[in-house]
Design a protein around this ligand. Structure first.
Ligand SMILES: [Zn+2]
Length: 95
């Protein structure tokens, strides 16, 4: 998750400083560089800004899907098997 430093971290949507961490949403690095919405990956935004922006809403939907995929990961497999699974499973988030 992107760190929120109140008074310093800026909102990915409006660019203004986030005053209180309770007013913000933090995204992990869940989209690849080059993705249309990659600016939301490892980023922070005001809750209101994220919810009132079409791209912010789409980023939240993709983040929920990312978490669903992650929760369905295979258990008790080798590192190599887990990596191979991850490459396939997260492909839908590439575009
Ligand atoms: Zn904002």
């Amino acid at each position: 998750m992107a760190l929120i430093i109140p008074g310093k971290t800026t909102c990915v949507v409006c660019g203004r400083v986030i005053v209180a961490s309770g007013d913000a949403v933090s995204f992990p690095a869940f989209l690849k560089p080059g993705h249309r919405l990659s600016r939301f990956s490892d980023a922070v935004g005001h809750i209101g800004c994220i919810q009132s922006s079409a791209d912010g809403q789409e980023a939240q939907r993709l983040h929920r899907r990312y978490l669903e995929i992650w929760e369905s990961r295979p258990q008790n497999v080798s590192f190599e098997q887990a990596e191979a699974w991850g490459r396939e499973a997260f492909k839908e988030l590439d575009s």
